[in-house]
Ligand binder design. Structure first.
Ligand code: SF4
Ligand code: MSK
Length: 636
């Protein structure tokens, strides 16, 4: 193998040679093996919707210009991207449904492993959803909140919007979306409708297909908001906590267990049970007991709630095993590489799937069910301890690379920090500083890692440009992981990279909040399902200023968007009015009509639009310009 390692992460660079010497293929090798990737697929011009296909449209105009059924390039591209939005919505919303169903059972007292850890938030949500709270038992309210949330999967009345979206966006935005006919009434029905309308011989009008996709993307937002908020109720609303990130958090003197995926239902219980089983690990010879580390978005979930260190983000999940000191990797759902068990087999690592709907060939499977959560957690931890005893000391190679990260900035935590400056009106300091220009605007970094670019690099380049221009930075998902690993979630990064006025504001807030220095340069808002937290902050700002979200100097950036979930997130970002940067080339450019629809067309319809730019420096400067234009529009 002749390795080309597309990463900026020093830990990954340190571990790839281990893979090479062991003859193990990693994501970077498999990327090389796929070159050149199919041009038709890259442009979105390959249709496999029926078995007369696959059909491909010639992008140069010489060959076929329609599929066998007559579908044009515009129809084919629109259907492909719309189906991606539906898949993203389905993935986030399955996660949300899982959490809501669990909370319903907590309300009935049927799941002793779980509690309501944030009752205040429960009651706030109940009021927001119009549920009676006066003199009511907490568990009854929890049951009703979960049931009302599940209505968003069941309602058949097209005139009634989903409960969560209706109570989460500014009225002006809801009116605009309603007028366009893109507000979902039911998450499941919206996903099913997209699959139906994109079946062969159905909706072939590209804009109509795409707007159907936008409704799916807004269903994704609804599922995401619901999943985030109910998780906070059950597991606690994040508040700032200091931890560490990158592969050096794996400890050779401990039983190391990585939790990887997205859904916190099992990982939360693993954290609880690990404390009880620490002595068993010590008795097996691990001087420091059990060390839980996070990967990907399950990693973000446990990091922001418990300060569990983050081992790495999506693209480098295989690297944790290459350290030779990872005893188990426990997998739940989404963004998990099917290659993990093969790599685990080259070491002593137990790779354990836990979701019956998400299994991987040759992985050990422990079927997780909430009613058996404690037993399930004990079982996987015991597998890890047993594996620890089989470790080969000669294979241990943990690069001593890690960074401090201050994480856990939920919307509530941000408001609480601001309240230290103005207890009666916490939003006022933020609004005042945006209006007076000390903070020029806000950028939300979301999304994945992708082999199409250099891992984590664009995040850093763009963030440094925006910060120097006094733009407040928020991050979720693998973007948050990137910033944590590269030391940009620290007060020191603020001192080094923030423009003078932004630095002054972050310092004033940080010192008032008792942090003895500025807030970190990038505020960690959670996993990729937690983008709704940033929307909550933006909605509060818009309501306060009496404007729509598209008027605000707020942008989103997904420099390494890769998954169908990321396509859904970016699409609802556009639909709620945000200029949304994509740093990887979306698979739509085979259709001028769809590409134009996502840019100028979307701008006219929604105020938000896709800004496609693969060069991070150019992208950063373009986002600064967008923020300036938005400020001009507001007259500030
Ligand atoms: Fe080809 Fe039409 Fe079938 Fe797509 S739906 S594979 S374009 S015949
Ligand atoms: S895990 S969707 S690679 S953010 Fe949330 Fe990361 Fe993207 Fe998966």
């Amino acid at each position: 193998m002749n390795q080309i390692i597309k990463t900026s992460d020093p830990a990954v660079k340190a571990l790839c040679p281990v893979a090479e010497s062991e003859g193990i293929a990693t994501v970077f090798d498999r990327y090389q093996a796929q070159q050149p990737q199919c041009g038709f697929g890259s442009l979105g011009l390959c249709c496999r919707i029926c078995w007369k296909g696959p059909c491909r449209v010639d992008p140069f105009g010489d060959g076929p210009q329609a599929g066998i059924c007559g579908a044009t390039r515009d129809t084919i591209v629109a259907r492909n991207v719309t189906r991606m939005m539906a898949a993203g919505a389905a993935a986030h919303s399955e996660h949300a449904r899982h959490v809501a169903l669990a909370m319903q059972r907590v309300g009935k007292g049927q799941l002793p492993a779980y509690q309501i850890r944030d009752p205040q938030k429960l009651f706030r949500i109940a009021e927001k959803l119009g549920i009676e709270t006066q003199d009511r038992d907490m568990l009854d309210v929890a049951y009703d909140v979960a049931s009302k949330s599940l209505e968003d999967f069941q309602n058949q009345d097209h005139h009634k919007g989903c409960n969560w979206i209706s109570s989460s966006l500014p009225q002006k935005r809801l009116n605009r979306l309603k007028k366009l006919g893109v507000l979902p009434h039911n998450i499941d029905a919206t996903v099913a409708q997209i699959m139906a309308r994109t079946h062969i011989g159905c909706d072939a009008e590209p804009q109509n297909v795409f707007l159907g996709g936008i409704r799916g993307a807004l269903a994704d937002f609804n599922g995401m908001a619901l999943g985030t908020e109910l998780s906070d109720v059950m597991f606690g609303t994040p508040s700032p906590i200091v931890t560490e990130a990158n592969i050096g958090v794996i400890d050779k003197d401990a039983v190391n267990i990585a939790v990887n995926g997205h859904n916190p239902l099992l990982s939360e219980v693993i954290c609880d049970v690990a404390r009880e089983m620490n002595d068993i690990a010590k008795a097996a010879g691990a001087a420091k007991g059990i060390n839980i580390v996070g990967i990907c978005c399950t990693g973000n979930e446990v990091m922001m709630r418990h300060g569990i260190p983050l081992a790495t983000n999506y693209l480098s999940q295989e690297m944790a095993i290459l350290t030779g000191a990872l005893d188990a990797m426990v997998l739940d759902v989404q963004c998990i590489m099917p290659s993990l068990p093969q790599i685990g087999n080259c070491f002593h690592t137990e790779v354990i799937t836990t979701s019956d709907e998400n299994r991987i060939q040759s992985a050990r499977h422990v079927s997780f069910h909430e009613e058996n959560a404690v037993e399930n957690a004990r079982e996987v931890i015991q597998y890890a301890i047993n594996a620890y005893t089989r470790r080969d000391p000669k294979k241990i190679n943990i690069p001593a690379i890690k960074q401090t990260a201050v994480v856990g900035f939920s919307a509530e935590a941000i408001v609480a920090a601001l309240a230290k400056l103005d207890a009666d009106d916490p939003l006022k300091p933020l609004v005042d500083n945006i209006v007076n220009g000390n903070i020029q605007g806000v950028a939300l970094f979301a999304g994945c890692n992708s082999t199409q670019t250099t891992q984590d690099e664009s995040y850093q380049v763009i963030a440094k440009i925006l910060a120097a221009n006094n733009i407040l930075l928020l991050a979720t998902g693998c973007g948050a992981g990137a910033f944590a690993k590269h030391g940009l979630m620290t007060p020191e990064a603020t001192k080094q990279y923030a423009g003078e006025s932004l630095k002054a504001v972050l310092t004033a807030i940080g010192e008032a909040a008792g942090l003895n220095g500025p807030l970190p340069l990038v505020l960690h808002m959670g996993s990729c399902v937690d983008n709704s937290r940033a929307v909550a902050v933006a909605t509060a700002l818009a309501n306060r200023l009496g404007v729509d979200l598209s008027d605000l100097p707020v942008v989103a950036s997904a420099p390494e968007a890769m998954s169908e979930k990321a396509i859904a997130i970016a699409s609802w970002g556009v639909a709620i009015g945000l200029p949304t940067h994509l740093g990887t080339m979306p698979q739509v450019t085979g259709s001028d009509a769809v590409t134009a629809l996502m840019q100028q067309g979307a701008k006219e319809l929604f105020g938000g639009y896709f800004l496609i730019e693969t060069d991070p420096k150019v992208a950063g400067n373009k986002l600064v310009d967008v923020i300036k234009q938005k400020r001009q529009g507001l007259g500030i």
